[in-house]
Design a protein around this ligand. Structure first.
Ligand SMILES: Nc1ncnc2c1ncn2[C@@H]1O[C@H](COP(=O)(O)OP(=O)(O)OP(=O)(O)O)[C@@H](O)[C@H]1O
Ligand SMILES: [Mg+2]
Length: 263
């Protein structure tokens, strides 16, 4: 189970809801190594019910291979190439080595990827999840940034995880969510406690109760949705007892059987 991250998870859930409702969204999760970007992407995947998911991840050893990242992302959609205008289809076919020819025009490749994603999203909302974007080959990263900037109302979400390296990256300029270290956040709060565990100042108390309160609300929603009370130990005694009782009550079982999402 993820600790904290309530606001980040809320933002990702809002993104999915927007895509499901017919909007396009792009978001870069940016943060240092090990801060929890991949873990957040895993939660995004789990929250993306009803969306088709396309994935890719940058691979350090493939950084010099043009189009490698795009190929990974688009491979499951290549059956749709026939729906693209001919120049776009030709550009992707050459980029992906499906036909011979001189290196394709990059603008045409960008348009082709945009068309391909939009075509797929006509059938079902599409969420593209790209991990380790710092290791994408340059032309794939440029193309995806181009696509992200041109998405309008295609029901396509593009979410990247980008490790903070200190260098500029072509994805900069897209909407981003900076992922801070949790430890640093909680340490700052804990430093404000007295030796007896009390909070020294009212603002920190409010902040802490927000963190705990949001965590508890999320757990309550999850238990109500799934009936699974494992992993709820962090919830205070009374609330947990109430949850367990309700999770096992005939009315709750009936509600879940009828598929009420109750989120
Ligand atoms: N909020 C969290 N609560 C509990 N464990 C977490 C949380 N965030 C991350 N972790 C754990 O910390 C470890 C590192 O997280 P993760 O792999 O997601 O980092 P990352 O930002 O993707 O790092 P990298 O830049 O190396 O890819 C993993 O074992 C993950 O399960
Ligand atoms: Mg990662």
């Amino acid at each position: 189970m993820l600790l904290g991250r309530e606001s980040e998870l809320d933002e990702l859930e809002r993104l999915v809801a927007g895509v499901r409702a017919g909007q396009s969204r792009a978001l870069v999760l940016r943060g240092e190594a090990g801060v929890g970007k991949t873990a957040l992407l895993a939660h995004l995947t789990a929250a993306a019910e009803g969306c088709r998911i396309a994935r890719a991840a940058g691979v350090e050893s493939e950084m010099e291979l043009p189009f490698a990242g795009l190929h990974a992302l688009c491979a499951p959609m290549l059956g749709r190439l026939a729906h693209l205008p001919e120049p776009q289809r030709d550009a992707l076919n050459t980029a992906f080595g499906l036909s011979a020819g001189p290196p394709p025009d990059r603008f045409m490749v960008g348009l082709a990827v945009l068309s391909l994603l939009a075509d797929s999203a006509e059938e079902q909302p599409l969420l593209c999840i790209v991990d380790d974007a710092q290791w994408l080959d340059r032309v794939s990263a440029q193309t995806l940034a181009f696509v992200a900037r041109r998405l309008l109302a295609e029901r396509v979400g593009l979410v990247f995880a980008l490790r903070e390296t200190g260098d500029a990256h072509v994805l900069e300029g897209l909407p981003e969510l900076v992922i801070d270290g949790l430890a640093a956040h909680e340490r700052r709060i804990n430093e404000r406690r007295t030796a007896r565990g009390k909070f020294r100042d009212e603002n920190v108390l409010v902040l802490w109760s927000e963190v705990v309160g949001a965590r508890r609300r999320r757990e309550v929603r999850r238990v109500r949705r799934t009936g699974d009370v494992d992993g709820t130990e962090s919830i205070d005694g009374n609330v947990r007892q109430d949850l367990v009782r309700r999770a096992h009550s005939p009315a709750e079982n009936r509600r879940r059987d009828q598929g009420c999402p109750c989120r």
